[in-house]
Design a binder for this molecule. Structure first.
Ligand SMILES: Cc1ncc(C[n+]2csc(CCOP(=O)(O)OP(=O)(O)O)c2C)c(N)n1
Ligand code: SF4
Ligand SMILES: [Mg+2]
Length: 319
């Protein structure tokens, strides 16, 4: 039987990388699998995609790459340590700019790579295996991203295949910064009783805001829904998000209710998951800079270095 192909004629195998070197059961592995599924299902051309840089420096590398070639699709995977500690300065400015990038935090509340110390997203009172208790308040990366200006802010859990896949597909349709915090338990250093980032704790304290359904622009699917209980959000490329509310009224286009909800759930020791905040229409960083349509990287020399006459003309204009 022939392998299935996506809308650009590629098979799933084209989207797969090498074998993982992470611990078996690490949440990060499940996230990689969902990313592969999302890029395959959305029919993204792998040659357009740029991916990753290490230890909190991805925002500056990604910004440079996107300015050089605006036709690229940028996805960056970071840790909660890399985001909240080493790379916090870079993170803060990325969120303000609305650069088109999908920024994913694989959030396990610890520095897995350096043997499980608390990271800045570890919850107050969470316990290390050694019994040490975290006495510092956490940085809520979603609240920070919303406050700073990110236009698509979501939280998910590596164990929730369906929700994570819908969020990743929607992320690919968004124009601007997507900040996706995925709670991703570290089975080796932070999956014991007393940890608030263990599989057991997160399963028991997940408080989904909505059921997220995503219909890409290239699929002609009519969705039946009751107005009032489902919010429809039209994305920049015409794709649709259907957000079926699970509790009381929640409007993810309202920044203040988004921040309020994050504080309320955190106070109860829970995690709000789903789309927390979305602003589909704001100009992204490349539009704000008013760049020419062609990627800068492919412009001929006479357009990137116009010569002394052009400089003279600019100087004249300043006199
Ligand atoms: C500037 C700098 N300081 C410290 C380190 C050492 N270091 C490497 S990985 C890491 C923590 C990674 O934690 P996280 O980002 O949460 O990733 P995880 O391993 O938990 O997935 C640290 C502190 C470094 N690479 N660079
Ligand atoms: S140490 Fe933790 S974070 Fe690192 S690969 Fe193993 S389970 Fe994953
Ligand atoms: Mg970590």
């Amino acid at each position: 039987m022939a392998a299935k192909v996506n809308r650009i004629g590629l098979e799933p195998i084209t989207y797969k990388g090498g074998k993982t070197t992470l611990c078996a059961g690490c949440g990060h592995n499940a996230i990689s699998e969902r990313i592969i599924d999302a890029f395959f299902e959305m029919g993204v051309d792998p040659r357009q995609v740029i991916f990753n840089a290490v230890h909190g420096r991805m925002p500056s590398v990604g910004t440079g790459a996107m300015l050089a070639n605006k036709k690229l699709i940028a996805i960056g995977i970071s840790g909660d340590g890399d985001t909240g500690a080493i790379g916090i300065g870079q993170f803060v400015h990325l969120m303000r700019r609305n650069l088109p990038i999908i920024y994913i935090i694989e959030d396990n509340g610890c520095y897995g790579l350096t043997k499980g110390q608390f990271s800045p997203t570890a919850d107050l009172g969470s316990k290390l295996k050694t019994g040490v208790v975290n006495d510092l308040p956490p940085i809520d990366t979603c609240a920070l991203a919303i406050e700073l200006g990110a236009t698509f802010v979501a939280r998910s859990f590596s164990g929730d295949k369906k929700q994570l896949l819908s969020l990743l597909k929607a992320a690919l349709a968004h124009r601007g910064t997507v900040m996706l915090d995925v709670i991703s338990p570290c089975v080796t250093f932070n999956d014991h009783e007393g940890s608030t980032k263990s599989y057991a704790y997160v399963k028991d304290h997940d408080d989904p805001l909505e059921e997220v359904s995503f219909v890409p622009f290239f699929e002609d699917i009519a969705v039946d829904y009751e107005p009032g209980s489902t919010q429809e959000v039209t994305m920049h490329d015409g794709s649709k998000l259907y957000l079926k509310k699970l509790e009381e009224e929640y409007d993810p286009t309202d920044k203040i209710s988004a921040l309020k909800r994050l504080h309320e759930t955190a106070r109860r020791g829970e995690f709000a998951t789903g789309i927390i905040y979305i602003e589909p229409d704001r100009d992204d960083f490349l539009e704000q800079l008013n760049l020419v349509d062609e990627p800068l990287a492919t412009l001929p020399l006479n357009r990137v270095r116009p010569g002394p006459e052009a400089l003279e003309e600019i100087m004249e204009g300043l006199r």
